[in-house]
Every structure is written in structure tokens, then in C-alpha cells.
Design a protein around this ligand. Structure first.
Ligand code: HEM
Length: 455
């Protein structure tokens, strides 16, 4: 059989790609993914010409191979993230990544996550009960603030062993928000040297320092006297098997990276619950009925409830399909590669996007429709593992996946067992880009369950 020589990727010219991506980056990714129908597409953005790879078979090849397709710490996105968090588990490759992953992985196994359920449920119930006050007063609350208080409370208690007080955790979270916002001018001017000041630089530096001021004293204390706790701070500060101890800087990086990813992703995904409930009354009714049946009105979630919250999990899976917090996970090709019959030059950026593939007509029926039924347990298995990959895959697969899949149903069920929600503005399911994907609508009125008719 004649050998087919690798060809050039399907091209999207500058005059199409640039205005479309500038206008609506997420919509543009989905548009080009569908247009390519699984073929690799190269987007011409002038000096930057990334490849958009969307077919699950190609994605599997990329994500499972961390030698050929690396998370390049020097690419423009990661460079900005590194300026904020340093060389942490989230951004590095090689020995540094291996060491962080080996240290942290045992804290996040499926088995250990299960042992955390009861502690998580109590922390979450306490945070949700604090919403009684605004509910009684009929005050509108900001959906993001509400979710960040619940998630920061659960995260600091369960993952950080109460070593970061809630007020400090909320402040760190606010600083991380500033960092994300003020990073944008740098991302838009990737070639600009750091000695040229850009708007946002000063606030960015102040936020990085603000986080340092909150976490460094905790790290210093723990490093000087490492305990045997099973929280993230103790684990990072303890001497390793070979007797060496991670540097203060390295602990800070991993601590901030773990805090930011654990909070931002969870808050981002769960914030879709409110517009979904409002926009899909049929889904809301089924959810209410399930939570009332399993947890009861104003109940506390127990470990045994989790497998019974099946519809809750289906709704969560569908939220992760349409609004995966890690909406793009770029890679860089090391050496010239051939992928899907296409030649990819060394150093090229590859756009891997759960958001795009999970909305492709080639792999999903009515992909833009919110339909938890796709994830019903009796549905046939999906043809491709990588048509749905909100947690990535391969060696960099999300370390927090099991924890999230326990924490999120607890938060959903605890909220719904206590309150009903009214949005302050019409529900809008179009995401806006931040560090994760967020809804536009934001204010909520809470109705306590004993003051609304049971569903
Ligand atoms: C909705 C929730 C979450 C989503 C959608 C999500 C998504 C992802 C994705 C897509 C990756 C792969 C990145 C890549 O391949 O470059 C990843 C990695 C990671 N996630 Fe998550 N994540 C979530 C929650 C969490 C939580 C709760 C934690 C920690 C408590 C966490 C910690 C991490 C870490 C440390 C990595 C890097 C793993 C490595 O490179 O070895 N994530 N996550």
C-alpha cells in the first residue's frame, strides 16, 4: 500500500479567525471544531498559529503522552500563571511536577476522598445555614459570593486542616480574582517584556504579595515544626522519604495552586446550578424531589446518600459537559509530529478544549441542549473516552476529580434541602470567560424551605 505523506492542517485564514475569536472566543472554538468535523484545524492569528485538535482519538494521543506534548511553562498563558503561583504542580512538567504529584496524590485517592465526606457535609451545612439570615431578611445575595463562602469553608476545613482561617481564605480568593483580571493585558500583549509597565501590573503584584502575606507565616510555622496531619500544608512541609524538605517557595507555589484550583473550579461549575434551575423547571422539579426523598427538608447529607443522589449527579455531569471549568488545556509539541495525518511543527501550540469537543455535533446529539438524561446510568457507553473529558486525562488528569464529585453533590443537595432560589435577572446560559467559565446572571433571592410549599 502506498504511504500517505502527512499533509497540512485545514487552514482558517486570519481574516476569519481573528475577528471571530476576538468577538466570541468560546463560540469561535465550537464553530471551528464543528466545521473541521474532527479534522485538525490551524487557526491563523498572525504570528500565533495554534492547532485546534478536537477528535477524541487525537486527544487521547496527546493527553496520554506528556513527553511529546508538554504543558509548556513558557507559553504565554502559563508564563502569566507562573508569575502568580510559581512552579507549581499545575504548571510544571518533569522532575518538579513528578515530585509535587507524588507528594499530593495520596491525599486525593477515591478511597481517601470518601473518608472526607462526613467532614465535608458538616462544613458545608454550616456554611449553607449561615444563609438563613439574608433569606429571612429577604436580602438579595450575589451568587458567586454565596458559592465562594461555601466552597472556601469546605476547602479550608477539609483540605487545609483549618490552618487557613475562613476570612483569610476569602481574602486569598479575592486576590486570585484580581490576579486573573489583571493578567489579561499581558495575555493580549504576549511579546511585551516585563520591564514595560502595562495596566494592571501593580494590582497584580499587590495581589501576589497579599497572598504571600497570608500564607507565608503559616508555611514557616509548619516547616519549622512539621506535623503528621493529612492536610495539604502538613503534607507539603513534611520531609520526604529521602529526608529532603521542599523549599518555602515550592510549598507556597503548590499551596496556592491547590487552593486556587480547588476553589475556582468548584465555584465556577456550581454557579451554573442557579440559571439551570430557573431555565429548566422540569430538571428543577426532579432535583427537588430527589433531594427531598434522600436528604429530607433541611437535612444533612450522609455518606450513604451520595450513591442515591443519582439525578443530582446526572445534572452535575451535564453542567461539566456544557461548562467545563478547565475549558482549554493547551499543549506544546516537542519536535516535529504527525497527528491525524497532519504535520505539526516543533514548538507549535495545540489547543485542546473540553468545551469545544463536548459541544460537537459529531459526538453529541443536540449538543447545545442541557439534558442530564444523556448521563442516565442505563444509557449505552459513549463511543469515545475523550468525547467527554472535563477532568482532562493521562498523567495530568485532575487530581481533585474524586473529591469534587463528592463535594459538589453535597453542596447541591444541602442548598436544595434548605432553599429555593430566584434569580435577580433573566437566566442566561451563555458563559463568560474568567479563570473558569461563569454565568452572567449573579443576584439571587433565597426562600427558606419552611417558608415555601414543599415540591
Ligand atoms: C469542577 C472541578 C474541576 C475541574 C473541571 C478540573 C479540571 C482539571 C483539568 C482539565 C485538569 C488537567 C490539566 C491539564 O491536563 O493540563 C486538571 C488538573 C488538575 N486539577 Fe483539577 N479540576 C477540578 C477540580 C479540582 C479540585 C477540586 C482540585 C484539588 C483539590 C484539583 C486539582 C488539580 C490539580 C493539582 C491538577 C494538575 C494535575 C497534574 O498536572 O498532575 N482540581 N483539573
Amino acid at each position: 500500500m502506498a504511504e500517505v505523506s502527512p499533509g497540512r492542517a485545514r487552514q482558517v485564514p486570519l481574516r476569519h479567525a481573528l475577528p471571530r475569536l476576538a468577538r466570541d472566543p468560546l463560540g469561535a472554538l465550537v464553530h471551528y471544531a464543528n466545521e473541521g468535523d474532527g479534522e485538525i484545524v490551524q487557526l491563523n492569528l498572525g504570528t500565533f498559529r495554534p492547532y485546534l485538535v478536537t477528535h477524541p482519538e487525537h486527544l487521547q494521543q496527546i493527553l496520554r503522552d506528556r513527553v511529546t506534548y508538554i504543558r509548556d511553562g513558557n507559553s504565554m498563558l502559563w508564563r502569566s500563571v507562573r508569575r502568580a503561583v510559581g512552579d507549581a504542580i499545575l504548571v510544571t512538567e518533569g522532575a518538579q511536577w513528578e515530585s509535587s504529584r507524588d507528594t499530593l496524590q495520596p491525599l486525593f485517592t477515591a478511597k481517601r476522598a470518601e473518608t472526607l465526606v462526613d467532614r465535608m457535609a458538616v462544613a458545608i451545612a454550616e456554611a449553607v445555614d449561615a444563609l438563613d439570615a439574608p433569606a429571612r431578611a429577604g436580602e438579595a445575595v450575589d451568587a458567586m459570593t454565596l458559592m465562594s463562602q461555601i466552597v472556601c469553608q469546605a476547602t479550608t476545613r477539609v483540605l487545609f486542616g483549618r490552618k487557613i482561617p475562613l476570612a483569610d481564605a476569602l481574602q486569598i480568593y479575592a486576590h486570585l480574582g484580581t490576579i486573573t483580571r489583571t493578567m489579561v493585558p499581558r495575555l493580549l500583549a504576549p511579546g511585551m517584556p516585563y520591564w514595560v509597565p502595562l495596566p494592571g501590573d501593580r494590582a497584580f503584584r499587590a495581589a501576589v504579595q497579599g497572598i504571600g502575606a497570608l500564607v507565608l507565616p503559616i508555611i514557616r510555622k509548619e516547616r519549622a515544626n512539621p506535623g503528621d496531619g493529612d492536610d495539604i500544608i502538613a503534607t507539603l512541609c513534611r520531609p520526604r522519604a529521602d529526608g529532603s524538605q521542599a523549599s518555602e517557595e515550592s510549598v507556597r507555589s503548590d499551596l496556592v495552586a491547590m487552593f486556587s484550583t480547588a476553589t475556582e473550579t468548584t465555584i465556577g461549575v456550581l454557579s451554573w446550578l442557579f440559571p439551570v434551575l430557573e431555565k429548566h423547571p422540569d430538571v428543577a422539579e426532579r432535583l427537588y424531589a430527589e433531594v427531598d426523598g434522600v436528604v429530607g427538608v433541611r437535612g444533612t447529607v450522609q455518606r450513604t446518600h451520595i450513591p442515591q443522589l443519582r439525578y443530582t449527579r446526572m445534572v452535575l455531569d451535564e453542567m461539566l459537559r456544557l461548562w467545563p471549568a478547565g475549558w482549554t488545556i493547551p499543549r506544546t509539541a516537542v519536535g516535529e509530529q504527525v497527528l491525524g495525518g497532519v504535520r505539526i511543527e516543533s514548538g507549535a501550540t495545540i489547543l485542546v478544549s473540553p468545551f469545544a469537543t463536548q459541544r460537537m455535533g459529531a459526538f453529541w446529539e443536540r449538543p447545545e441542549v442541557f439534558d442530564p438524561q444523556r448521563f442516565a446510568p442505563d444509557k449505552p457507553k459513549r463511543q469515545y473516552r475523550y468525547s467527554y473529558f472535563p477532568f482532562g486525562g493521562g498523567p495530568h488528569q485532575c487530581i481533585g476529580q474524586y473529591l469534587f464529585l463528592l463535594e459538589a453533590p453535597i453542596i447541591m443537595a444541602t442548598l436544595l434541602s434548605r432553599f429555593r432560589f430566584r434569580l435577580g435577572q433573566p437566566a442566561d446560559l451563555t458563559p463568560r470567560i474568567g479563570a473558569s467559565l461563569r454565568p452572567r446572571s449573579s443576584t439571587l433571592t433565597l426562600l427558606r424551605r419552611d417558608s415555601v410549599p414543599a415540591s
